[in-house]
Design a protein around this ligand. Structure first.
Ligand SMILES: [Zn+2]
Length: 507
């Protein structure tokens, strides 16, 4: 039986177009989703927009639009960017979707029935950009540490969730499963918070405007973070498709930014425990893409237009660069200079050029036929299986930069082998069988490389495969085949040869 894999990203506030930092998260998740599909898992991949925020409502009013109407436009804008980046979720959920609204209300009823919700007065600080309550001790010079804005001072009647009652159960869970939150730096942070003990939290805001009404008290709206977290349950089909829900829940992996792992690693599991649902298997807090050392975020003014980058670089290239250059669990810098360097070195020169050279020789000498019945070269394929395992493990554990370094290391070995064997001289001296053996090894090695690159570069890697005679769409079990030399060395004919990565001269 195929194993199921339910994967989510954080959902995004709909009040600004996605920036490169947001795209980094979605691309990472899409890479993982494509990897799991390739190895044959039954994948369900969800992303979406977080619409019930005060900022979304404010932005809509500024534009003279109804919030829902504004969110419809923004959902189109987000989907346009995701399509352009080849990010393809199975469901793009919006928190105004009716199945989500019903799910939020159903879960709150369960939590209430469980005795976990009570009224109280909230008194303290609230950052509008975080859409979160801030403890006085976390302010820096009286400002929100993330947004450097003064918070609001709030005093209102709210509903409270008895989070404190879940401290021990969460502590036990964390201690039993140290990979519940990854990377371990994030796990340790959350464990410390749990060891200090949790306080109850406000889960509603007063008001009748934009937002999901508390079912038993319509004068209160569900606090936007509680509303947002529940999307993972709604999208799995809790109300809309219970059969699917029982198949895909619990979620296998929530990919979120490192700044919101606390919500996902502590508050979210407590909500699920209170509602009597199973906990997700893992929360992964990725690092940030920085420009000039600052997190790319609209609030800080550090924007970089994705569409503009896509005018110069195909989305495969942008995906490759982000995944190769910036380790997923750490912060890293984006620079277009570096993008251009990597493009020319890794893709145009190492990979593209090798494909071009081997194809040119095969067309000239063999009329496009890939030599059959050739043996794998021991110096190349002797340690092929461990290499394949390392690449697979890299993808599986979200160490994408390492997986890609392995693939490109393999390509550079193929280049070295091709230069050393110099098959063109064998053809000149009529040592045809030696030349054929070399070319079959290089083509076989390229087949594997392109299959391994499919999660990151779905279009370019598929094009590369077609050029060496493989139809990726029509070859079931491709990932497994790429680990078998019998398939890599099977006979075939080249497809049409075209330059896969034309050199780009300057940024
Ligand atoms: Zn803030």
């Amino acid at each position: 039986m195929r194993s199921k894999f339910y994967l989510t990203t954080a959902i995004d506030y709909a009040n600004a177009r996605p920036h490169l930092g947001t795209a980094y998260e979605k691309i990472g998740a899409d890479v993982l989703s494509r990897f799991h599909r390739l190895v044959g898992d039954d994948v369900y991949f969800q992303m979406g927009n977080d619409e019930h925020s005060t900022n979304v409502e404010k932005r809509a009013r500024e534009l003279g639009l109804d919030p829902k109407e504004y969110c419809d436009k923004m959902a189109e804008a987000f989907l346009g960017v995701w399509r352009a980046l080849q990010v393809e979720p199975d469901r793009f959920i919006r928190t105004s979707d009716s199945d989500h609204v019903q799910t939020v209300q159903a879960l709150l009823e369960r939590m209430r029935a469980n005795g976990d919700i009570a009224s109280g007065t909230y008194e303290g600080f609230y950052c509008i950009s975080c859409e979160a309550y801030i403890k006085e001790g976390d302010l820096v010079d009286g400002l929100c540490p993330h947004h450097r804005q003064p918070p609001q001072r709030l005093q209102e009647e709210n509903l409270f969730f008895r989070l404190s009652g879940y401290t021990q159960r969460l502590l036990d869970h964390f201690r039993e499963d140290p990979s519940f939150v990854l990377p371990s730096s994030r796990y340790n942070e959350l464990l410390e918070i749990l060891e200090r003990g949790l306080e109850d939290i406000s889960i509603s805001r007063k008001g009748k405007g934009w937002g999901i009404p508390i079912p038993w008290d319509p004068s209160q709206r569900v606090y936007v973070w509680v509303d947002a977290l529940i999307n993972y349950v709604s999208g799995a089909g809790f109300v809309a498709d219970p059969a699917r829900f029982s198949r895909v829940w619990p979620c296998d992996l929530h990919i979120v930014g490192k700044d919101i792992t606390r919500f996902h690693g502590i508050i979210w599991p407590a909500i699920l425990l209170s509602a009597g649902l199973a906990l997700p298997k893992r929360v992964f807090g990725h690092g940030f893409v920085r420009m000039a050392g600052q997190k790319l975020s609209k609030t800080l003014g550090g924007t970089l237009d994705i569409q503009e980058l896509l005018n110069t670089y195909p989305s495969d290239v942008l995906r490759y660069f982000l995944m190769r250059e910036i380790p997923f669990e750490r912060d890293g810098d984006f620079s277009e200079e570096r993008l251009l360097e990597r493009y020319n070195a890794d893709l145009a020169n190492d990979l593209g050029n090798l494909l071009q050279r081997v194809s040119t020789l095969l067309w000239r000498q063999e009329d496009g036929a890939i030599p059959a019945g050739m043996e794998p070269e021991a110096t190349l394929f002797g340690d092929f299986r461990p290499l394949k395992n390392r690449i697979e493990e890299g993808y599986r554990s979200l160490v994408f930069h390492q997986a890609l370094a392995e693939v490109l290391g393999w390509v550079s070995r193929l280049n070295g082998y091709m230069a050393e064997q110099a098959p063109w001289t064998n053809y000149r001296s009529s040592d045809t069988s030696k030349a054929r053996r070399t070319l079959a090894n290089v083509v076989g090695g390229l087949k594997a490389a392109f299959v391994w690159l499919l999660p990151v570069m779905p279009t370019k890697a598929a094009e590369g495969l077609k050029q060496i005679g493989v139809d990726p769409g029509g070859t079931p079990g491709l990932w497994g085949l790429a680990g078998e030399t019998s398939w890599l060395f099977s006979s075939g004919r080249l497809g049409q040869t075209r330059t896969l990565f034309p050199r780009i001269l300057e940024a």
